[in-house]
Design a protein around this ligand. Structure first.
Ligand code: HEC
Ligand code: HEC
Length: 311
C-alpha cells in the first residue's frame, strides 16, 4: 500500500535530468549539457506540463475519489454520483473524468485552477462549499498542475452528473457568492517561516490537501469553519460529533498510536474507526509516504490546544 520516496518538490531541472542525453559523456561535456538544460528549464516550456504520477499521489492526499465516486463495488472511479448528505440538502459529487459532455473534458487547466483556487465554475458561478475548495484553495500552483495532469489520464465516463437536491433556499447558487464574500479567502498555502519544514509539510497535508478541518473543525450556523477553533472538534456529514485533533485530546496518544490509527483504522484501545474516518484512512492517510505521515503527525502536535467543547 505504502509507497516510499515520493518527492515533495520536483524541480524542472531534476525532472529534466531523466532526459539528459549521453550518459557516457565526459565530465566537462556533461557539465555543459547540464548548463544548457538549466537554461532550457528556466526558459519555461519544459516545466509547463504537470506530472500525472505525482498528481495521482496528490489526489490520494486530497481524498478526491470519495466524493466523486458512487458507493457501489463496481462504481467507475471519479465518474460522480456519490450522495453527500448535509444540513442544507443532498449534494452529488459530479463526474470529473475527461469525458467531453458528461465530465470536464472540455475544460482547460485554467478552468480547473479557478475551480480549486476560487471555487468558481468556468461560467463564473460559485461552487457550493460541499466541494471543500475552502481547503483546496491552499493547494500550490505546481500541485494543481499535477492534479490536473492526473485527472486527464482517467478513462472518460459518459455517466451524467446528477443535480443536487437542496432545501429551499440553499439551492440558489448566487447566494453562495455572498457566502464566499463573507467567509472565503482564496490563495495558496503560505509556509510559516518559524516552523520546521516537516511541520509546514504537515500543515499543508492537513489544511490544504487532506481538508481534515472540514470535519474536525467546528462551523458557524452558515457552515463556515471557525478558524479560531482549528481542529477543535466538529460535526461529520452524518451530523455526528467528530473528535478534537488538537493536543487537548490527542496528547494521550503516542506518535506510534496516531500513525497506527491513521494507517490501520484501529485506536489504541482496539476500537475500529467509524466508517466516515475509515474511508479517509483507506483513501488518504493510509496511502501517505512514511515521511508525509510523520509530517502530518508533527503538525498535529504543533497546533494550539482547543479545549473540548461542552457536551
Ligand atoms: C467532500 C466531498 C468532495 C471532495 C473530497 C472533493 N470534491 Fe470535488 N466536488 C464536490 C462537490 C459536491 C462538487 C459540486 C459543487 C457544486 O455543484 O457547486 C465538486 C465539484 C468539483 C469540480 C467541478 C466539477 C464540475 O463539473 O463543475 C472539480 C473539478 C472537482 N470537484 C475536483 C476535485 C478534486 C481534484 C478533488 C480532490 C483534490 C475533489 N474534487 C474532492 C465534492 C468533493
Ligand atoms: C469526512 C469527515 C472526516 C475527515 C475529512 C477527516 N476525519 Fe478524522 N475522523 C472523522 C470521524 C467521524 C472520526 C471519529 C471516528 C470514530 O469515532 O470511530 C475521526 C477520527 C479521527 C481520529 C481519531 C481521534 C480520536 O480521538 O478518536 C484521528 C487521529 C483523525 N480522525 C485524523 C484525521 C486526519 C489527520 C484527517 C485529515 C487527513 C481527518 N481525520 C479527516 C471524520 C473525518
Amino acid at each position: 500500500m505504502r509507497r516510499s520516496g515520493a518527492r515533495r518538490d520536483r524541480t524542472p531541472l531534476r525532472r529534466g535530468f531523466r532526459f539528459l542525453p549521453g550518459l557516457g559523456m565526459g565530465r566537462s561535456r556533461r557539465f555543459a549539457g547540464a548548463l544548457a538544460l538549466l537554461a532550457a528549464a528556466s526558459a519555461g516550456p519544459a516545466s509547463a506540463q504537470g506530472d500525472a504520477k505525482r498528481g495521482e499521489y496528490l489526489a490520494k492526499a486530497g481524498g478526491c475519489v470519495a466524493c466523486h465516486t458512487e458507493e457501489r463495488k463496481d462504481a467507475v472511479r471519479f465518474a460522480g454520483g456519490r450522495a453527500l448528505k448535509t444540513p442544507f440538502g443532498t449534494f452529488y459529487g459530479p463526474n470529473i473524468t475527461p469525458h467531453a459532455d458528461a465530465g470536464i473534458g472540455r475544460w482547460t487547466e485554467a478552468d480547473f485552477v479557478r475551480a480549486m483556487r476560487e471555487g468558481r465554475r468556468p461560467d463564473g458561478a460559485s461552487y457550493f462549499p460541499a466541494f471543500p475548495y475552502p481547503s483546496y484553495t491552499l493547494i500550490t500552483d505546481a500541485d494543481l498542475r499535477d492534479l490536473w495532469a492526473y485527472l486527464r489520464t482517467l478513462p472518460p465516463s459518459d455517466k451524467a452528473s446528477r443535480a443536487h437536491d437542496l432545501d429551499f433556499p440553499f439551492g440558489w447558487r448566487f447566494l453562495v457568492a455572498a457566502w464566499q464574500w463573507l467567509y472565503f479567502t482564496p490563495g495558496p498555502f503560505a509556509p510559516d517561516p518559524q516552523a520546521r519544514p516537516a511541520v509546514n509539510r504537515g500543515a499543508y497535508l492537513v489544511r490544504a490537501l487532506g481538508h481534515c478541518g472540514e470535519c474536525h473543525t467546528p462551523r458557524n450556523a452558515l457552515g463556515a469553519l471557525d478558524r479560531d477553533r482549528h481542529l477543535g472538534g466538529g460535526t461529520g456529514p452524518d451530523g455526528k460529533r467528530v473528535p478534537n485533533l488538537t493536543p487537548a485530546r490527542l496528547k494521550e496518544w503516542s506518535d506510534e498510536d496516531l500513525k497506527y490509527f491513521l494507517t490501520s483504522g484501529l485506536t489504541p484501545d482496539g476500537d475500529v474507526a467509524a466508517e466516515t474516518m475509515g474511508e479517509v484512512i483507506r483513501n488518504t492517510t493510509g496511502e501517505l509516504t512514511p515521511a508525509d505521515l510523520d509530517a502530518l503527525v508533527a503538525y498535529l502536535r504543533s497546533v494550539p490546544a482547543v479545549p473540548e467543547p461542552p457536551r
